[in-house]
Every structure is written in structure tokens, then in C-alpha cells.
Design a binder for this molecule. Structure first.
Ligand SMILES: [Zn+2]
Length: 426
């Protein structure tokens, strides 16, 4: 059984840091068990004072057991680099009875399986994490760990915190309960993604885009995918591990990708450009709907059962009024999640399209790099001849500008139509 860091692809430096921190955390617990004031340094103090911390004097051999460990972390890196994989693995290493993340003990097993009582995972489904969710979480995180080790809170997509939720989290990070560790995941430490004050209280673990051969290796080893398929999928997914696995396994995902890569061929005029824009938007909507519909129905049925639909008698009128409010709240959440799913699906399509024009650009420049999309390399080569480097670059920039516009809340259809016209005209 491989240890908990085995699936963290191509992140050797980060893994070294996290192993060291887990060992330091285990040392803090041992010092605590021997009744020597266990305390974690805050990130700021750890960075400026090094090993001279509050627990330093009491530790054996003058070593500070908490050096290398701190109570708040941010995992950053491009999509698919494994931010949440790294955070979960580190959570497991903190709960590991050996303090290493062995992958075999109950602490590792339950954390990786998502059932550890002292590990709370926040996965925002909508566009943002609400203040109510965050307050409830912070409150529970302050309790004593039932397993005797750490209370760990993993927040995926911490860049989707609302401002109020961010403030609730900041308060907890500023005055951390002694045994609570916060693990945040965000694309970057840019102030748009994570507030400067939260950033200043956290240690940052930067992850890089894993190289395609490392992604292919893990698909073969962990998922049993044939080596040639794994190599193709790893290249086509541009370092995104989850996307590579989907492309290798899911024929629907492959079909959607092929439809996107057919776009450059279809841009023969203004009408065709608008048609292509509609097709891209509708495909993203259909993909998103398929991914959320089942969950929506299950949630609604569960809530209706919980609210005792159809009840009569005293207090029923009040209960119905309350129920209507809760159903409305659920609908709001589901709508937000559907919007997010649509944007994610559209963004995946745009990344594929960007890969195509990037291939054309590198071919026009005769750069000695492998193409992203081996299956459309000939088409990209033809584009490179027709457009030259400059025209290829303009088209690549049009795709990237479309992504940026949607990220800043331009209506997707408007942004995609503008992009298609730019791709056609060049
Ligand atoms: Zn373990």
C-alpha cells in the first residue's frame, strides 16, 4: 500500500516540506503527551524567528518540536495540479498514528476515505462559500479532537469564500484553537483569490503543473490505464490530472473534446462563427445539467422527507411556512451550483481550444516542443502555414481573453461570440 502522498503527481519539493511538517506535528503531540507545553507557531512567527518558538525551551535537545509545523496553510497551483489532493494527503499525515502518512493505519485510511471524525472537508458547490457555512465550521473546528491528534479543516476553493465568510475564517486563524489546523486551497495567493490578511497568517505550499510523463505514469499505476492511452490523455489534458483520467476513461468526455477541436475547421464565415458559439455554449450547458440534475433531485427529495411533506394538525401552517423558506434556500444553492458547473465545463472547452492554437503557434515558430493535441496536430500545422506565428498568437490570445472575460462575469454567450469572430477573422 503506497503512502498518502503517492498520488501527488510531480510535486517532489512540496512533498518533502509536508512530510517534514507532519513529523514536526507528531513531535508536538509527543511533547504534549509528556506534558511539555505543546503549541504551534503562527506562520508569521515561524518565518521570522525560525526555530526559536514558545515550545522551544521545553523540547528535548533544544529542538523546537513545532518548527516546520504551523496551524494554517494555503495550497496554491494551477487547476489540476493537485491542490486538494495535497491538502487531503497532509490531513491524513497529521492524523496518521505514525505521523508519516503511512497509508495503512486507521488515521490515514479514514482521512483518505473522508470519514475521519476530526477532518472536515468544505467543497463549495456554488459560486461561493457562505458566512453561515463558515461560522458553523469554525465553531466545530474549535472542539477538542476526538482522536487525540488534530482538528483539521480542509477548504477547497478558498477563493470562493464570500467576504463575510473570509472574515469569519480570518478570526479563527488569528486566534487558533491549540489543536486546530486549517488547510486552504486556492489558485494563487493573488489578493483576488485570497485576502492579504489571511495570506499573511498562512504558510504557502506552491504546486506546479505536473509534467505530462508524471501524469501518464500515475494513470498507468493507479488507474490501470494502458500506457499509450495514458500518454495521449496526459498530453491532451495539459497537466490536469483529473481531466487526463476522465479523457482516458470516459468516451463522452472524449466526444466533447473532439467537438471542441472541430471548431477551428468550422469557422468559414460570420454565420458559422455564431453557430459555433451557440454549439459551444449549449454543449457546456448540457454537460453541466447532466452533472447536477441527479444531485438536485436527491437533495430535494431528502429535504421534503425531512420536512414531513403533507403533515397536518397544529403547527402545520407554521411548519409549511418554514419549509417553503428552506426549499427556496435549496433552490438558490442548486442554481448557484449549476452556474458554476456550466462555467467549469465552458472553461474546460476553452482550455482545449487554447491548446490547439498554442500548437499552431509553436509549429509556426518551429519550436521543439511536443503538441498538446497529437490528434489535431496536422490541422494545427495547416493553420500555422496559413496564419503564421502572428496570426496564431492573435487567435490564442482571443481564446485567453474569452476566459478572462467570463472570469470577470461577462455573459458567456457574448464573450464566446466575440472570440469566435476573432478566431475567424484572425
Ligand atoms: Zn498512517
Amino acid at each position: 500500500m503506497p503512502d498518502v502522498f503517492a498520488d501527488l503527481v510531480g510535486q517532489d519539493e512540496a512533498v518533502v516540506d509536508l512530510r517534514r511538517a507532519a513529523a514536526a506535528a507528531a513531535a508536538v503531540l509527543r511533547a504534549g503527551a509528556a506534558d511539555r507545553a505543546p503549541a504551534l507557531l503562527t506562520a508569521g512567527a515561524a518565518e521570522t524567528t525560525g526555530a526559536a518558538g514558545p515550545a522551544g525551551a521545553a523540547a528535548p535537545g533544544g529542538m523546537d518540536p513545532s518548527a516546520g509545523m504551523t496551524h494554517a496553510w494555503i495550497f496554491t497551483g494551477p487547476p489540476g495540479s493537485g491542490r486538494s489532493v495535497a491538502a487531503r494527503a497532509f490531513a491524513a499525515a497529521l492524523q496518521c498514528v505514525h505521523g508519516t502518512g503511512c497509508g495503512e493505519c486507521p488515521g490515514c485510511h479514514t482521512t483518505m476515505g473522508g470519514t475521519h471524525a476530526d477532518v472536515r472537508l468544505v467543497v463549495p458547490e456554488g459560486l461561493s462559500i457562505s458566512v453561515n457555512e463558515m461560522r458553523a465550521l469554525v465553531l466545530r473546528a474549535a472542539s477538542t479532537p476526538s482522536g487525540g491528534r488534530w482538528q483539521v479543516v480542509v477548504i477547497e476553493d478558498a477563493d470562493r469564500l464570500t467576504e463575510a465568510a473570509g472574515n469569519a475564517l480570518l478570526k479563527a486563524i488569528e486566534e487558533p484553537p491549540p489543536r486546530t489546523v486549517f488547510l486552504l486551497c486556492a489558485p494563487s495567493t493573488h489578493p483576488d483569490d485570497i485576502s492579504v490578511t489571511i495570506r499573511s497568517r498562512c504558510r504557502v505550499v506552491p504546486l506546479r503543473q505536473p509534467p505530462a510523463d508524471a501524469v501518464a505514469e500515475v494513470l498507468v499505476r493507479r488507474d490501470g490505464i494502458a500506457p499509450d492511452v495514458a500518454r495521449w490523455a496526459a498530453a491532451a489534458a495539459q497537466g490536469h490530472v483529473g481531466r487526463a483520467r476522465r479523457l482516458a476513461r470516459d468516451p463522452e468526455a472524449r466526444k466533447r473534446r473532439e467537438a471542441v477541436l472541430a471548431v477551428p475547421r468550422r469557422l468559414t464565415g460570420v454565420g458559422a462563427a455564431f453557430d459555433a458559439a451557440s454549439a459551444l455554449i449549449e454543449a457546456a450547458e448540457a454537460e453541466a445539467e447532466a452533472s447536477v440534475t441527479a444531485a438536485d433531485a436527491t437533495e430535494r427529495a431528502a429535504l421534503e422527507t425531512a420536512l414531513g411533506a403533507g403533515g397536518t394538525g397544529r403547527g402545520a401552517a407554521g411548519a409549511i411556512r418554514g419549509a417553503a423558506g428552506q426549499l427556496k434556500e435549496l433552490e438558490k444553492r442548486q442554481k448557484s451550483r449549476a452556474t458554476r458547473a456550466q462555467r467549469d465545463a465552458l472553461d474546460r472547452a476553452l482550455v482545449d481550444l487554447a491548446g490547439f492554437y498554442r500548437d499552431a503557434l509553436t509549429m509556426a515558430l518551429r519550436a521543439p516542443v511536443a503538441p498538446v493535441h497529437t490528434d489535431t496536430a496536422a490541422l494545427a500545422g495547416a493553420g500555422a502555414q496559413k496564419w503564421d506565428a502572428e496570426g496564431s498568437l492573435r487567435r490564442l490570445e482571443a481564446v485567453l481573453a474569452c476566459r478572462a472575460a467570463i472570469e470577470t462575469n461577462v455573459k458567456p454567450r457574448i464573450a464566446v461570440e466575440a472570440m469566435m469572430l476573432a478566431l475567424w477573422k484572425g
